[in-house]
Design a protein around this ligand. Structure first.
Ligand code: G6P
Length: 607
């Protein structure tokens, strides 16, 4: 949550900061602000609301001169999204300005201390304590003041700092919130995400927890928490700036839905060599896997629902018990995890606070951790024993689509890999599964092509409240379908295991109630068909999702969306696509802000 950027060079900083903030707006969009050093003083411009408003206020940055500055886009935690609570925050003496992504857990104690020392607070934020603490700790050595201040902070933070005594320098510190340095020619940058840097440079340095950076136009120096300078490796970003732009689509979400065939291909192809799965730079030996008696998948939001789907594939192929657990529950749940547990931690951003905490909890109990992560160099990727990147490329829309399907693709891959290693698949079945896996990108494309009529269907079903039902793998899809609908269209949507309808929910079915029935699990399609008949008998309007050629469903449902036929193990990855589109078109018809739904943020770095 929240995005920060910094620039120092010879060019005017404000337009560059605003451009960077636009790329980070997915991280929060309650307020925005910039601070630029000019003529020995810091000029702060901030507004509640979107970055567009800040651009208007500053005439796209033209009204804010200076070549060194920092910027912030906020997802409010402490204090309402007002102008005053917007970052950057200034020290009382006007010497320091800071932007912050994260949460300072001991801010109340620090605030009381600082107030007792005579510091005056303007905002309700936790962040403002940091800037006053900087002033308090400053005795002419900025680096020392930053380090002393960081040592007093508990919680998570990525900080960008300006000081009038070093007018061409940026300071940046990281603890449990992402921060990346960009290396330019005669200019340097920092940002919460590489998407804000790729327009300028592909050479980046990933800061680690406890590290601090000092950036001028000519140099970048990184120090550890003892003040010792350290040499950091330079990484190269592998995708282009176009990947983080809309490319002619009205919304990032639609673009990202359309990118799914390519994204899934990118997740699978590098791991398949001459018909065999090879994991990136690690292997799981048969001996090691035989020592595993349980797999736990943990994640939040859609990543958790990807885990719910993947669970079926792993259990069916590997015959190992799999539990999908919400990270926010697992972290406090005294989980039954030990060295015989394999934990799969799924996260698009790799920065979700609850998921990181669940990972640490499982690690402390001796489990082996595999991360399934999209963002390269993110916290979860670093903490896991091994990481399988999903290679979805940048995902900008807050509601995930290609992030989710690539997670599923990696889970399928892992399921087949583990099953083969454990001797649960003979060569023939292994080869057949790999063949089917490799057809997924093509079938995803067909699924997208087959659903061009969805805008019309969506307008018939986008009512105040919808039910999504399904069994087994279809239930997992229903969970994600309902979440997508809620997130972006703000329609009330509930998902139910179809067999549970009779145990309460059916009481809610009245004349005209929309029910979306996922019927792509062939073994259970007839059972769900019975549920369709039951809700129809009570007046429901049913939109079914089924394999092409399922004629029986046409006679029962009011409308049917078809997807290509595929082995049930993999059906979720196709079935979710029409539900993503359904939510998209429902939200579009309602005029919602599809890429930036209200109250949400893409990267939830607070508990
Ligand atoms: C937020 C996003 C969801 C996402 C969840 C987990 O709630 O809005 O789309 O599924 O976080 O995020 P992660 O980055 O860990 O996959």
């Amino acid at each position: 949550m929240c995005g920060i950027v910094g620039f120092t060079g010879a060019r005017s900083a404000a337009p560059i900061l605003l451009k960077g903030l636009r790329q980070l707006e997915y991280r929060g969009y309650d307020s925005a602000g910039i601070a630029v050093l000019a003529g020995g003083a810091i000029d702060v411009e901030k507004v509640s609301g979107r970055i567009a408003k800040l651009c208007e206020k500053t005439r796209d940055g033209a009204a804010v001169p200076g070549v060194t500055g920092i910027g912030h886009t906020r997802w409010a935690t402490h204090g309402a999204p007002t102008d005053t609570n917007a970052h950057p925050h200034l020290s009382n003496d006007g010497r320091f300005a800071i932007v912050h992504n994260g949460i300072i857990e001991n801010y109340l104690a620090l605030r009381e201390e600082l107030i007792a020392d005579g510091y005056v607070f303007e905002s309700e934020t936790d962040t403002e304590t940091i800037v006053h603490l900087l002033e308090f700790n400053y005795d002419g050595d900025i680096k020392a003041a930053v380090m002393k201040t960081a040592a007093r902070l508990e919680g998570s933070y990525a900080l960008g700092i300006l000081c009038t005594d070093a007018p061409d320098t940026l300071y940046a510190v990281r603890e449990s919130s992402p921060l990346i340095l960009g290396i330019g020619v005669g200019e340097n940058y920092f940002a919460s995400d590489v998407t804000a840097l790729v327009a300028h440079t592909k050479n980046v340095i990933y800061l680690e927890d406890g590290e601090m950076a000092e950036l001028t136009s000519a140099s970048i120096r990184v120090y550890d928490c003892t003040g010792q300078e350290i040499k950091k490796p330079v990484s190269r970003v592998t995708w282009n700036v176009e990947a983080a732009e809309k490319g002619g689509y009205e919304h990032f979400m639609l673009k990202e839905i359309m990118e799914q065939p390519g994204a899934v291909k990118a997740a699978l192809v590098p791991r398949l060599h001459e018909g065999r799965i090879r994991l990136d730079d690690f292997e799981l030996s048969a001996e090691e896997l035989r020592g595993i008696n349980k797999i736990i998948i943990t994640a939040c939001g859609s990543a958790y629902y990807a885990g719910c789907s993947g669970r079926y594939a792993i259990e069916r192929l590997c015959r190992i018990p799999v539990q999908a657990e919400l990270a926010s529950e697992l972290r406090y749940g005294d989980p039954m995890v030990d060295e015989h547990t394999l934990v799969l931690v799924i996260s698009q951003s790799g920065e979700t606070a609850d998921t990181i905490a669940a990972l640490k909890e499982c690690r402390s109990r001796g489990a082996k951790i595999i991360g399934i992560v999209n963002v390269v160099g993110s916290t979860i990727a670093k903490l896991a024993d091994h990481t399988l990147y999903t290679w979805a490329g940048p995902e900008i829309a807050v509601a995930t689509t290609k992030g989710y399907t690539t997670q599923l693709a990696v889970l399928y891959l892992l399921a087949i890999y583990i099953a083969e290693r454990l001797g649960r698949l003979d060569e023939k079945d292994y080869a057949a599964l790999i063949k089917k896996l490799m057809q997924l990108p093509k079938l995803l494309q067909e699924t997208i092509d087959m659903n061009y009529l969805l805008p019309t269907v969506a307008s018939r079903y986008a009512s105040q409240s919808l039910f999504f039902i399904g069994r087994n793998t279809d239930y997992a899809v229903a969970l994600e379908g309902a979440l997508k609908m809620k997130e972006i269209s703000y329609l009330h949507a509930e998902s139910y295991a179809a067999g549970e309808l009779k145990h309460g929910t059916i009481a809610l079915i009245d004349e005209g109630q929309p029910v979306i029935a996922v019927c792509c699990n062939e073994a259970l399609a007839d059972k769900t068909l019975s549920n369709i008949v039951e809700v129809k008998a009570r007046g429901a309007k049913v939109l079914a999702l089924a394999f092409r050629g399922n004629t029986r469903i046409v006679s029962q449902a009011d409308d049917v969306i078809f997807i290509p036929r595929i082995d049930t193990i993999f059906s979720a990855i196709l079935a979710v696509v029409p539900l993503q589109l359904l939510a998209y078109y429902a939200a579009k018809e309602k005029g919602c802000d599809i890429d930036k739904p209200k109250n949400l943020a893409k990267s939830v770095t607070v508990e």
